[in-house]
Design a protein around this ligand. Structure first.
Ligand SMILES: Nc1ncnc2c1ncn2[C@@H]1O[C@H](COP(=O)(O)OP(=O)(O)OP(=O)(O)O)[C@@H](O)[C@H]1O
Ligand SMILES: [Mg+2]
Length: 335
């Protein structure tokens, strides 16, 4: 019997359309590329693709390309022969060999070197490869699923990703919607994570979110998407007494008047309106801008659109500042 595919929560039209696309593409023997901002559920979708495919009884192997140094990437993927390099005492079977008959999920694919990309192209095209240090050509039957949060066509235009590999991989592309475009799903997911957290804490029930907290969750921008929501909700739940409803939400756990650096240049949240001369004008303007943005974010309960309004900026101008100064806990670099 096919195991239950891990439940994915969501009822918004964009999310349901994505799931439909997953069901359609899953049974095909073709590579799939999953694209999405961080925390949007790429890994969950990859395993769904495998378990809805005809390979579901065979292996599902994963490899995070960003977590493996370039020097060992090749041998991790394709294996090596004994004696291929110092320390290679035994034959090593790579991910492609071990995934034979099943699915291999390559996460954060954009970080692979050109050499590895060339070899990937060959294995996708012909199912052929050699172990590092070997001259025997091996064959494998592996379905490849890759994920990235980068804009691969742009990287290909800039010569930083092989365009021919992109063509092969992108038989179909699943682009996962960011949470801020799935407003209907926010409270569903929040409730789901809260109930699980309450169980984990051996609590009998979860008493719910106050109306104000629900509004804040819906209005927040969620730059870290579902993973961020999960963290925020779990933090709220454990900080609230078991029988109370959650009445306070902390989006940024680093928020503190004692955060290192908070006192530099006049303290947090204090718009600097005057300064004694001589003054470093650029630094002064920077500090003033950061303070005003922090203030606006706090007033807007971390809703970036509202904060932009408070500063008379468009949302895009506001995001420009957030990026420039790496604000919002460094979260703002992936839009
Ligand atoms: N629709 C969903 N229903 C339930 N849980 C979800 C859903 N989408 C994502 N999650 C949960 O959110 C977290 C992040 O998901 P996942 O690791 O798949 O995202 P990702 O896109 O691979 O993130 P990253 O880019 O950071 O690697 C996981 O804990 C996952 O279980
Ligand atoms: Mg991931």
């Amino acid at each position: 019997m096919r195991p239950d595919v891990e439940r994915m929560i969501g009822e918004s039209p964009v999310f349901l359309r994505t799931l439909e696309q997953v069901s359609l593409v899953a049974p095909l023997e073709k590579p799939v590329l999953i694209v999405g901002e961080r925390g949007t559920g790429k890994e969950l979708i990859a395993s769904r693709l495998h378990f809805l495919s005809n390979r579901w009884e065979s292996h599902f192997l994963k490899m995070n390309c960003a977590a493996i140094s370039e020097s060992i990437m090749e041998s991790e993927l394709f294996g090596h022969e004994a004696g291929a390099f110092t320390g290679a005492t035994k034959t090593h079977h790579g991910r492609f060999e071990r995934a034979h008959g099943g699915t291999l999920f390559l996460d954060e694919l954009a970080t692979t070197s050109m050499l590895v990309q060339e070899k990937l192209l060959r294995v996708i095209e012909y199912g052929e490869f050699e172990r590092v240090g070997g001259n025997k050509t091996l064959n494998c039957d592996v379905r490849l699923i890759a994920a990235t949060n980068q804009d691969l066509p742009r990287l290909a235009d800039e010569g930083r990703f092989r365009a021919d590999l992109l063509d092969r991989l992108a038989f179909d592309v699943l682009t996962l919607p960011p949470l801020r475009e799935r407003e209907e799903d926010i409270l569903l997911l929040a409730e789901h994570f809260a109930i699980n957290m309450a169980k984990e804490l051996d609590r009998e029930l979860f008493a719910g979110f106050s109306g104000d907290v629900q509004d804040q969750l819906i209005n927040y921008d969620w730059p870290g998407n579902v993973r961020e929501l999960k963290n925020v909700v779990e933090r709220c739940v454990y900080r609230t007494e078991p029988e109370d409803e959650v009445a306070e939400v902390i989006f940024d756990p680093f928020t503190s008047p004692w955060r290192p650096g908070a006192y530099e240049n006049g303290g947090p949240g204090q718009p600097t309106v005057s300064a004694e001369l001589p003054v470093d004008l650029k630094e002064h303007i920077k500090v003033t801008e950061i303070n005003l943005i922090d203030n606006a974010l706090e007033h807007a309960k971390h809703n970036q659109r509202k904060a932009a309004d408070l500063l008379g900026l468009t949302y895009h101008q506001f995001r420009g500042y957030v990026k420039k100064y790496n604000l919002v806990g460094g979260n703002a670099d992936e839009e």
